[in-house]
Design a protein around this ligand. Structure first.
Ligand code: FES
Ligand code: FE2
Length: 340
């Protein structure tokens, strides 16, 4: 399946991009990410035009990147500015530079037509910059196509069975969802009244008794899933105490069979509790690893049985709508074939 190129993808957390070049495959393209000495983040094709050694093996000099093999040097626009031992620099001694913009603590890359790379199209993630929220964060890699990870995040009925030790409760799977969609968004909502909080919520939110709990999963193509999950105490002694969280998921295809999952869990309570930030982060790594084992196996099974069709349940409506949205965009935009 082709990739949708006309969108901003998370290339990495801003903190991952330093003056030590980082090799990362994105939409099946080799990319080198680096930061100039003046602090600007850059994305270039990770292939020296001279003898095709990855530029990520090179070193940053000022704003430029010098190849580790014969020392060709490229500026942040990808133009060769030095060939040791000769004065003439031919025009084709350049590499592709992709638009890269930092916002919300991420570096966003645009791999479609650069003329259309409008930073106003970068998804809005205010919870990651706001003084009223604090976030645990990380990145995982899966051995699956990105669409399987979208499936997993849009349909949370699995949390009851997969994530008992952290975020799952009995009520999630048995509570029906309301699914709605407009042009470029799918919304899956689940309201659970007078229910048990999950283990993570009981611990993080200090709920002694029962709560009203909600999950609102918002998918925007191609690869953003923001989950608004919160709880309010129904115990009169607790006086309607409420906590709110956002689980922010940015999914970036690495290859047709591997996927980056940049995640953040932002909360609006206990903002100064750094130990809780770490604890939630560790619980989420456990949680996502529980998914990963199943999804990676799922990909192997799909590869072994390309002719078999999956079965859709009522809870899959959001997943079906999201897949349809991707198909429609691919028909409209054409998309980028893997490896090109
Ligand atoms: S391969 Fe890069 S300078 Fe020769
Ligand atoms: Fe999960």
């Amino acid at each position: 399946m082709n990739f949708l190129a006309g969108f901003w993808y998370a290339a990495g957390w801003s903190t991952e991009i330093t003056t030590k070049p980082l090799a990362r495959r994105i939409l099946d393209q080799p990319v080198v990410l680096y930061r100039t000495e003046a602090g600007q983040a850059v994305a270039l094709d990770d292939c020296c035009p001279h003898r095709m050694v990855p530029l990520s093996r090179g070193t940053v000099e000022g704003e430029s990147l010098r190849c580790a093999y014969h020392g060709l040097r490229f500026d942040r626009g990808g133009r060769c500015v030095e060939i040791p031992g000769q004065t003439h620099v031919p025009a084709r001694a350049s590499v592709r530079a992709w638009p890269l913009v930092e916002r919300w603590q991420f570096a966003w890359i645009w791999m479609g037509d650069p003329a259309e790379a409008d930073p106003a199209l970068i998804p809005t993630l205010p919870w990651l910059d706001s003084p009223l929220w604090v976030a645990s964060r990380g990145c995982m890699t899966y051995a699956c196509n990105y669409v399987l990870l979208l499936d997993n995040l849009i349909d949370l009925s699995h949390t009851t069975f997969v994530h008992r030790s952290t975020i799952g409760t009995e009520d999630v799977a048995r509570t029906p969802v309301k699914t709605t969609a407009d042009g470029l968004r799918v919304l899956v909502e689940r309201e659970m009244t007078d229910t048990e909080p999950s283990r993570l919520y009981r611990r993080a939110g200090d709920f002694a008794g029962r709560v009203d709990r909600w999950q609102r999963i918002e998918y925007s193509p191609p690869t953003r899933v923001v989950i608004d999950a919160g709880a309010v105490s129904v115990d009169p002694a607790e006086g309607s105490r409420r906590i709110d969280t956002r689980v922010i998921n940015l999914i970036t295809p690495e290859t047709p069979r591997s996927t980056f999952h940049f995640w953040a869990f932002a909360r609006d309570f206990k903002l100064d509790d750094a130990a809780l930030t770490d604890e939630i982060g560790e619980a989420l790594v456990v949680t996502f690893n529980e998914d990963r084992v199943l999804i990676d196996d799922q990909q192997r099974m799909l590869d072994a049985r390309p002719q078999q069709r999956m079965l859709d349940n009522a809870a899959d409506q959001g997943v079906v709508l999201a897949r349809r949205m991707i198909d429609r965009l691919l028909r409209d935009q054409g998309g980028l074939a893997p490896g090109t």
